[in-house]
Design a protein around this ligand. Structure first.
Ligand code: ATP
Ligand code: MG
Length: 168
């Protein structure tokens, strides 16, 4: 008997910002209530490019062409997608971990779609069931190395979504 949590790891090269946006649009429709997309990687690596494309895609699917403001200062921006809320958080400026409770993020993890930039700042509050996109710079040029890890089960739709953008 095994109680191992199933996990799936995929390495990708994102040749430019458009490729990062295409990945975000491919993953967007699969996300539902209780799903966390944890974005990690250094300054300017493309976390916000990914988040904006993902949110824009969900809004566009509802016929909405709203701007997607940066949550750098507010830390959280919320979107009502009708049947589910989407929370976009940027925790770069997170002070103490107890701010997470004040922001209401724990409730969002349970009931909303959450897209969290600098998710590693959650430390022990980072939910174990998550889709983590870790971005890093290639030596030169615009390309980014991406490692996508799905943990905790319920990500059965992911391989087909990745195949649709030509990922292995
Ligand atoms: N392959 C790529 N993927 C994503 N962004 C890219 C890529 N190549 C170039 N870029 C550019 O890199 C920048 C990424 O900026 P972005 O704000 O998304 O980074 P970030 O990870 O959110 O940084 P920060 O933590 O400082 O907010 C954008 O200007 C984007 O056009
Ligand atoms: Mg950002």
């Amino acid at each position: 008997m095994t109680d191992r949590i199933p996990s799936l790891k995929t390495m990708l090269t994102l040749s430019d910002a458009a490729a990062t946006e295409a990945l975000a649009r491919a993953l967007a429709p699969g996300l539902g209530a209780g799903d966390l997309v944890a974005l990690v990687g250094g300054l300017g690596v493309g976390k916000s490019v990914f988040a904006r494309a993902l949110i824009g895609s969900r809004l566009a699917a509802l016929g909405r062409a709203e701007s997607v403001p940066s949550p750098s200062y507010t830390l959280v921006q919320t979107y009502d997608l009708g049947d589910v809320e989407l929370w976009h958080a940027d925790l770069y400026r997170l002070g103490a971990l107890d701010e997470i409770g004040e922001l209401g993020l724990e409730e969002a993890f349970a009931g909303a779609i959450t897209v969290v930039e600098w998710a590693d700042r959650l430390g022990p509050a980072l939910p174990p069931r998550r889709l983590t996109l870790a971005l890093d710079f290639e030596e030169r040029g615009e390309a980014r190395r991406a490692e996508l890890t799905a943990e905790g089960g319920g990500w059965d739709w992911l391989p087909a979504a990745l195949a649709a953008v030509g990922a292995p």
